[in-house]
Design a protein around this ligand. Sequence first.
Ligand SMILES: [Zn+2]
Ligand SMILES: [Zn+2]
Length: 257
Amino acid sequence: MSNVWRVKFDNWRSLAPRFGTRPAAASPRPGVSPRALLHDALPQLCALCSAPCGRRLLCAACERALPRLGPACPHCALPAIAGDPCPQCLRRPPPWTQALAAFAYAYPLDRLLHAFKYRGALAYAPLFAEALARQVRDRPDAVVAVPLAARRQRERGYNQALEIARPLAHDLGLPLHTALARTRDTQPLAGLSWRLRGASVRGAFVAVAPVRGLSVALVDDVLTTGATLRAATLALLAAGATRVDVWVVARTLPPSS
Ligand SMILES: [Zn+2]
Ligand SMILES: [Zn+2]
């Protein structure tokens, strides 16, 4: 059964009692939900190659082949020899302290992230969160998701950054704070020059919950120019956060990489 059909089947099961079917028999494994039992009984198919992959979304081979980052600059997460700060960050450090990326934004991870962000494939969120959690060394006081512009959130129905931040905070045992809001809708950044991206989102965030004295991990799906994360970081620092780290699923690499 494909993952898509599994979701439909699971949804049907959750609706079944409304249509007068008999209540489910007691679970043969106390404490284990019928849904979990069904999940165990039916092998998942890898979202990338359709090979059986047990309870995972990807088979072990596809998961191993996802584009990882090697040694990277601690500030911008771009490849850097021996993981030292890169010349650009030494010249003009970003407002955050450390940037952490689970993957490089490259095939086939870009396909997964695109489906996650634009086609509602929210089932990938735990996979992204798990990969990111493995990179975390310094634990902050709180996790904060980059909020989406109100209009885009209405259109999409969910905030992809929050969908990642939720299981991530849970995995790490950290509180998830709704600490930021957008002050205005901004136009989509894709297609804008780097300079215009910065101008578009400058001042677009405001802290709406107390972060004074807290170290914060700011979560987003992708780090490209950093314009959005820069504006969000500055809002948290202005509200008194002692340190902001940026955690993203994927880092966009320059064309030369
Ligand atoms: Zn596979
Ligand atoms: Zn750097």
